[in-house]
Write a protein that binds this ligand. Structure first.
Ligand SMILES: C[S@@+](CC[C@H](N)C(=O)[O-])C[C@H]1O[C@@H](n2cnc3c(N)ncnc32)[C@H](O)[C@@H]1O
Length: 236
């Protein structure tokens, strides 16, 4: 087991979460409730967000023990351990029981590597056959607001449609082109991505792909319906 490492992607995730939390500060109610996070990784991205937003508290979970160890050290080094906590375990096991007061917003750069099975470089990053299993589970977990990474090769059309079927709209998003990294370059994964794109389940270029960090909501007080724009930004 290793710790997820992809500096550009983590920076994109952190910057975008910060922008969306700032822009929708009142509606996401994070000053009152805090937020929860699926998948801490090394924690650097969100530790910087916590440092930048003094009222923010984040309760995070990761199934990777080395990630949790690295994350705790990085959080302590940035001086935000009182507002950014990390627990070892499956987010969905904890989410049912342990959250106490209601939390309406979950943030995540979830595992989205598509592959025929989980026998890949870092199995914790397997997102199922189409890559979107974890984000779909987040929509079914009952949060009003889901701020999550959506990759262009992980069947974004199915992701947006399923979100819509469950009552979510895309309020806004930030999209960025990323080069293939260590995990998506693994030959077994690259071949699978090519097959998925040929089947119309996403887009990937020769050198890279797109990732958007999108705010999905089912809160009627939060306007916006940018699902079509999101899919266009992801080249779908
Ligand atoms: C793509 S990485 C993102 C890490 C970090 N948020 C970042 O963007 O740098 C996804 C993380 O989710 C963790 N993970 C996978 N499944 C999980 C689950 N069911 N519950 C909690 N964490 C999970 C992985 O171990 C991995 O660290």
């Amino acid at each position: 087991m290793t710790c997820f490492s992809s500096a550009d992607e983590s920076a994109h995730y952190g910057f975008s979460v910060c922008m969306l939390l700032e822009q929708y500060r009142t509606q996401l109610r994070w000053e009152e409730q805090g937020v929860v996070e699926l998948g801490t990784g090394d924690a650097t991205a969100i530790a910087d967000v916590v440092a930048a937003l003094p009222g923010l508290r984040v309760r995070s979970f990761d199934i990777s023990a080395p990630s949790v160890e690295t994350a705790r050290a990085n959080i302590a080094a940035r001086g935000v351990a009182d507002r950014y906590t990390v627990e070892l375990g499956d987010f969905f096991d904890q989410a049912d029981s342990a959250f106490g007061p209601p939390v309406s917003t979950v943030i995540s750069n979830p595992p989205y590597i598509p592959a025929p099975d989980g026998d890949i470089l870092m199995p914790e990053l397997w997102g199922g056959v189409h890559g979107n299993d974890l984000v779909l589970r987040l929509f079914k977990a009952g949060y009003d607001n889901v701020v999550a990474a959506v990759a262009s090769y992980s069947d974004p059309l199915e992701t947006v449609r399923t979100a819509g079927d469950l009552g979510y709209r895309v309020v806004n998003f930030l999209a960025m082109g990323l080069d293939y990294g260590t995990y998506s370059s693994e030959p077994k994964v690259r071949d699978h991505i090519r097959r998925l794109c040929a089947e119309g389940r996403g887009w990937a270029g020769d050198d890279g792909y797109m990732v958007a960090i999108a705010l999905f909501t089912r809160d009627p007080d939060l306007p916006g319906d940018r699902g079509d724009q999101l899919l266009r930004a992801l080249q779908v």
